[in-house]
Design a protein around this ligand. Structure first.
Ligand code: DX5
Ligand code: ZN
Length: 215
């Protein structure tokens, strides 16, 4: 069964507590928190302050996805805000290995995110050191986009790379995950599904989470 990580980006920020409550009472495993700086991606979302509030509203894993330049400048702040997992983009890190060590030294699980154009082969010398890989299945910046089908081949290649190294690795798929494509994503070897619009724009988000969990 996959882990389900609803993205708060699609939640109601005028009543975030209600949506946190909904997720707490659902089968959601992780709270996915999308941080955007308007530089790495063409959109600005929220930062550590909001995550601090979310942290107080849940005991579930806070899975923070940094879509920002120079993430090393903020790792400590996100730790203090309550992040459990901290994922940085490979395209935003000149010294990825150092950044990963920093995240782990702060006591968080370390993740690396890849944009749709970035090949799995770019992970060969870092996969041993990390806890999760987040594969973007849309171009980062916005919720509600269409899943890019080539992602399925990337998932298979990455699972194979991890298996060859006997490396337990979370493979998290982010962007355009729906009830129609979730099965193929899980079959390809992913074990964490992020879902924003699919959960929060559905008539019954709790039920949608349960359905995603059943794939
Ligand atoms: C996009 C974010 C995603 C986004 C997913 O840049 O990283 O987490 O919220 O939203 P959906 O599931 O609506 O594509
Ligand atoms: Zn995300």
């Amino acid at each position: 069964m996959p882990l389900i990580a609803p993205s708060l980006l699609s939640a109601n920020f005028l009543n975030l507590q209600a949506d946190c409550q909904l997720l707490n009472e659902s089968q959601a495993d992780w709270f996915h928190l999308d941080v955007m700086d308007g530089r790495f991606v063409p959109n600005i979302s929220f930062g550590p302050m909001i995550i601090e509030f979310v942290r107080k509203a849940t005991n579930k894993v806070c899975d923070v996805h940094l879509m920002i330049e120079e993430p090393e400048r903020y790792a400590e702040q996100f730790k203090h805000a309550g992040a459990d997992n901290l994922t940085v983009h490979i395209e935003a890190c000149k010294h990825l290995h150092r950044n990963i060590q920093q995240i782990k030294a702060l006591g968080m699980k370390a993740g690396v995110a890849l944009n749709p154009h970035t090949p799995i082969s770019s992970l060969v010398d870092i996969v041993q050191d990390i806890d999760l890989v987040l594969l973007m299945s849309v171009n980062p910046g916005f919720g509600g986009q269409q899943f890019i089908p080539q992602t399925l081949e990337k998932i298979k290649a990455l699972r194979q790379m991890a298996n060859e190294r006997n490396k337990p690795l979370h493979i998290e798929i982010d962007g355009g995950v729906t009830l129609d494509n979730a099965q193929s994503i899980v079959d390809a070897g992913a074990d964490v599904l992020v879902a924003g619009n699919t959960v929060f724009r559905s008539v019954n988000p709790t039920e949608t989470i349960a359905k995603l969990k059943s794939f």
